[in-house]
Design a protein around this ligand. Structure first.
Ligand SMILES: *[C@@H]1O[C@H](CO)[C@@H](O)[C@H](O)[C@H]1NC(C)=O
Ligand SMILES: *[C@@H]1O[C@H](CO)[C@@H](O)[C@H](O)[C@H]1NC(C)=O
Length: 437
């Protein structure tokens, strides 16, 4: 018995060593009721990001129903202290701008620059830019009153200091650079015919400049998995769509920049001309034909050791599967099916997310047929094949989003989600998982 017990103990010690990841605490908060209607305006995978941490505070941006009722929404912004301990959310609504377009593209993205200014962009589907920014560095000065008064100006339709085009714009994304400057990325054009642009906000001068067009369609458009700055490199991966029909998504593309988007290289390390097109040499990494049920804008992340990870699903094997695309720091790419116990993803169903912490990779995968979001961990030492179930969130109907900064700062996996259920009961929530890795 003692022998068996000691075997069990050493087996479980080995098990936790191999897996190297576990959850030591879980909590969640309800942020708000989700708006009325069948259209999702909160928790879409291309929001970058509705949930982010700066210093000791976490911020959340979401739509909630405005007093005028159905089809009228305000952008809301919440903050709470998360370090050294977690306090209650304080929230306010921007009451000078009513969002009225019931369209799942018209989400909110948020970025915080190193000077503490909070930047928001929202309500786009092939329309002029909508942008607003706090008048001072509120994420640094932490004014005691949390109100719209800190965001003096009205919604703007250009980035002050920079040059357009500013329309027809969709999918705004913000990414903070290590030095505190902020990049903004978006598509100009339409589904099936669009280009992608980058602008840079200087945290020292407080103004924007154009970095330029970096992706260009050839009567098609790139749908990026994310826009990720990590350890001095800016990574982007994408699929290309030929027409507004998602069935025309094809192939997996990758590029990396070592100067924050000014110049780009292909995965093999060769410099490529800007703007990058689908036929740029060496830019396509994996061939996946049209009609393979590729879901665009799924997920990507990078880790401090120069590894790049992407999540995309396709049906090229005959069955729809989620794939982990891994690029090691020496530029070698692999594509491996993520072998986890979830339902076969139905075509066009909810998209997942990836997050890296040290040598651990976390995959947050919606299991749409079961109305849950599942969370899994895998490790570099297990070749990212040792997927272990970490958590399941019940009653989910939406696409989870991760607070990458909080994960990096404090090892807490904070996830923004939308519940299923009827209007009035259905909430937007933030779930917190204390990770031991
Ligand atoms: C979240 O909202 C639901 C529904 O109103 C309620 O039952 C639950 O207690 C709330 N949870 C928290 C942590 O406030
Ligand atoms: C990881 O991959 C390497 C190279 O293919 C192999 O030698 C090693 O055994 C694998 N390790 C695990 C834990 O699968």
């Amino acid at each position: 018995m003692a022998f068996i017990l000691s075997l069990l103990v050493s087996f479980s010690a080995l098990f936790s060593l191999v897996h190297g990841i576990s959850i030591t605490g879980t909590s969640y908060t309800n942020i708000s009721n989700d708006p009325e209607g069948s259209v999702h305006l909160n928790a879409l995978s291309f929001q970058q990001s509705p949930l982010t941490t700066f210093g000791d505070y976490q911020y959340v941006a979401y739509y909630a129903t405005a007093p005028a009722g159905y089809g009228h929404h305000y952008v809301n912004l919440g903050r709470r202290r998360v370090t050294p301990s977690v306090s209650a959310w304080e929230t306010f609504a921007f009451t000078d701008y009513e969002q009225k377009t019931l369209d799942e593209h018209n989400t909110i993205s948020m970025g915080i620059s190193g000077d503490g200014k909070i930047h928001l962009s929202f309500d786009h589907h092939d329309v002029p830019l909508n942008y607003r920014v706090s008048s001072t560095g509120v994420a640094k000065t932490l004014p005691s009153a949390w109100t719209q008064a800190s965001f003096g100006g009205a919604v703007q339709h250009s980035l002050p200091g920079s040059t357009g085009p500013w329309t027809p714009l969709t999918y705004p994304r913000f990414e903070r650079l290590a030095g505190g400057d902020l990049l903004m990325e978006f598509r100009i054009g339409q589904s099936g015919a669009g280009d992608s642009y980058i602008h840079r906000y200087s945290a020292s001068s407080g103004s924007w400049t154009a970095v330029g067009k970096y992706l260009q369609g050839q009567d098609n458009n790139a749908y990026i998995n994310g826009f990720t700055s990590e350890a001095g490199k800016l990574y982007v991966s994408w699929t290309v769509r030929e027409t507004p029909d998602a069935a025309t998504n094809h192939d997996f593309y990758f590029a990396v920049s070592e100067d924050d988007g000014k110049t780009w290289k292909n995965s093999g390390g060769a410099a490529v001309a800007k703007p990058i097109t689908p036929s740029t040499s060496g830019i396509k990494v994996f061939t996946i034909p049209q009609n393979s049920e590729i879901m665009n804008q799924e997920a990507q992340c990078a880790d401090a050791k120069g590894r790049f990870h992407a999540l995309m699903r396709d049906k090229s094997s005959g069955t729809a599967k989620w794939y982990h695309y891994l690029r090691t720091s020496d530029g070698k790419f692999t594509k491996t099916a993520i072998n986890v116990a979830v339902s076969t993803p139905p075509y066009l169903q909810y998209r997942g997310k990836l997050a890296a912490v040290g040598d651990t990779l976390v995959a947050i995968i919606p299991d749409a047929p079961k109305n849950v979001v599942t969370i899994w961990g895998a490790t570099a030492s297990g070749n990212y094949s040792d997927w272990k179930s970490l958590a399941t969130i019940a009653n989910m109907a939406g696409e989870p989003l991760v607070d990458e900064e909080r994960l990096k700062d404090s090892g807490v996996l904070s996830v923004f989600v939308r519940q299923g259920g009827a209007y009035g009961e259905r909430k937007v929530q933030v779930w917190d998982y204390m990770l031991a890795v």
